[in-house]
Design a protein around this ligand. Structure first.
Ligand code: NAD
Length: 254
C-alpha cells in the first residue's frame, strides 16, 4: 500500500487528488496540508514536515513560494515528491534539482498524458523543421484565477521546440508582444497568453512557413486528467532511486 499525502489539499487540484487517491487500488490517503481550511481531508497535518513523515509520496499542487521549504522537508524525511506547482523562479527550480540528488522527484508542468505527447512531438517538429523557414508560436488560454504566464505547459512546449532546434529557450523566447515590436526575430519562439472565465487549459503550437502550417492543439476538458496523471506518476515514482523524472518516463516515451 502506498501512502500518498497531498500538499494543497483544499485547492482545485487538491480536491480532485484527494477524491481520486481514495479510489486508487493500492494507495491510501495519509492526509493533507493547506494554508486554507479544508473539509475534504480526514486528517489535516500541521505542516509539510509532518505530511512528509506520514507519507511515502507527497503530491504537491500549491504555490511556487512553497517549493523551497517543501524541497527541504521532503529531503529530510526521505519522501518521494510529485511536484505539480508551476511558476517556479530559478531559485525554486534549483531547490528541485538539489532535492532530486537525494530523493525521487517527479516534475511536470502538465500531468495529462496527452500534453506529454504534444511536448514529445514539439521536440520532433523543432528538430525536423528549420527555424530559418518555420516560425514557432505558442498560444495558451487559462481561467481567470491563474497567477503565472505563460503557463508552465506553454514553457515546456517552447523548451521542447528549442531542444529540438539544439539550443536553450532563454535566448529565443518572445513573449507578450505589444506596440512597435518590429518584424519577427528569425528563430524566435513566440508566446501569447489569454486569461478568461474558467478555461481549464488550452495549448496550441503553430509552425508556419511561407507555404504551409502545422498546428498541434490540446484542450483539457476538466482537471481530472491532471489528477489521474499525477497519481499514476506517484505510483510509478514510489520505490525509484533519487533523481529528477518527468511524464515521458512514466509513459515510456524515452
Ligand atoms: P489553487 O489555488 O486552487 O490551490 C492551491 C492550494 O494550495 C490552495 O488551497 C492554497 O491555500 C494552498 N497553498 C498555497 N501555498 C501553500 C503552502 N505554502 N502550504 C500549504 N498550502 C498552500 O490552485 P490549483 O489550480 O489547484 O493549482 C495549484 C498549482 O498547481 C498551481 O501552481 C497551478 O499552476 C498548478 N497546476 C499544475 C498542473 C499540472 O498538471 N502540473 C495542473 C493544474 C494546476
Amino acid at each position: 500500500m502506498i501512502g500518498i499525502g497531498i500538499a494543497g489539499i483544499a485547492g482545485r487540484m487538491g480536491h480532485l487528488l484527494a477524491a481520486q487517491v481514495r479510489t486508487t487500488p493500492g494507495a491510501t490517503l495519509t492526509g493533507g496540508i493547506d494554508r486554507a481550511p479544508a473539509a475534504n481531508a480526514e486528517r489535516m497535518l500541521p505542516d509539510i514536515a509532518a505530511l512528509a513523515a506520514a507519507s511515502d509520496v507527497v503530491i504537491d499542487f500549491t504555490h511556487a513560494g512553497a517549493v523551497r521549504a517543501h524541497a527541504e522537508a521532503l529531503t529530510a524525511a526521505n519522501t518521494a515528491w510529485v511536484l505539480g506547482t508551476t511558476g517556479l523562479d530559478s531559485e525554486g527550480q534549483e531547490a528541485v534539482r538539489v532535492a532530486a540528488r537525494a530523493i525521487p522527484v517527479m516534475q511536470a508542468a502538465n500531468y495529462s498524458p496527452g500534453v506529454a505527447l504534444v511536448i514529445a512531438l514539439a521536440e520532433r517538429l523543432g528538430a525536423a523543421l528549420p527555424a530559418s523557414d518555420y516560425d514557432a508560436e505558442i498560444l495558451e488560454t487559462h481561467h481567470r484565477q491563474k497567477v503565472d504566464a505563460p503557463s508552465g505547459t506553454a514553457l515546456a512546449i517552447g523548451e521542447a521546440v528549442a531542444r529540438g532546434r539544439g539550443h536553450a529557450l532563454a535566448g529565443a523566447m518572445e513573449s507578450g508582444r505589444h506596440g512597435q515590436t518590429g518584424p519577427r526575430q528569425p528563430g524566435a519562439i513566440g508566446f501569447a497568453s489569454l486569461r478568461a472565465g474558467q478555461v481549464v487549459g488550452e495549448h496550441t503550437l503553430l509552425f508556419a512557413s511561407a507555404s504551409e502550417q502545422i498546428t498541434l492543439q490540446h484542450q483539457a476538458l476538466d482537471r481530472g486528467a491532471f489528477a489521474a496523471g499525477a497519481i499514476r506518476a506517484a505510483v510509478w515514482l514510489h520505490g525509484r532511486p533519487a533523481g529528477l523524472y518527468g511524464m515521458p518516463d512514466v509513459l515510456g516515451l524515452r
